[in-house]
Design a protein around this ligand. Structure first.
Ligand code: CUA
Length: 152
């Protein structure tokens, strides 16, 4: 009977560990609500009207789309300016190698792959400035690859 008790206890411990990993990434202010990976149009980045001019566009009453290009060693546009108390979907792609896109201090975080579009949707809070960091090693300037997300 003690074996069963120990087994139940260790299963519970494992579930608690998984739970803490899942919920540990949730941060204040900008909260990620979805994450998917559509692909970029055939013809490449410069031919894709979403990314030939990286920008933020209003797409609904309180909804915005941010088209972002990561390249060695910048994010474009910089800063990414988005309204407070709105829904913002970031569409992020890379012009060269794999990068990361992490809004510092939040759970908005995705890998950025050339030829693919990483899509993450967040709800913004009150006005704030966030650092934007690349968290995938991408070359000599990786450590200095930073941008800003300004919620205004
Ligand atoms: Cu881009 Cu590291």
């Amino acid at each position: 009977a003690y074996e069963k008790l120990w087994l139940a206890a260790s299963v519970l411990l494992i579930l608690l560990l998984i739970g803490s990993v899942t919920y540990g990434a949730v941060g204040p202010g900008v909260a990620m609500v979805s994450d998917s990976q559509p692909t970029i149009d055939a013809g490449g980045l410069d031919e894709d009207e979403r990314f030939s001019e990286p920008r933020v566009e209003q797409v609904g009453e309180n909804e915005y789309a941010a088209y972002v290009v990561a390249r060695q060693f910048v994010f474009q546009p910089d800063p990414i300016v988005v309204p407070a108390n709105s829904t913002v979907t970031f569409y992020v792609t890379s012009a060269d190698v794999i990068h990361g896109f992490e809004v510092a201090g939040t759970n908005a975080n995705t890998m950025v792959v050339p030829g693919e579009v990483s899509e993450i949707t967040v709800e913004t809070d009150g006005p704030a400035e966030y650092g934007l960091i690349c968290n995938e090693y991408c070359g000599a300037g990786h450590h200095a690859m930073e941008g800003k997300v300004n919620v205004v």
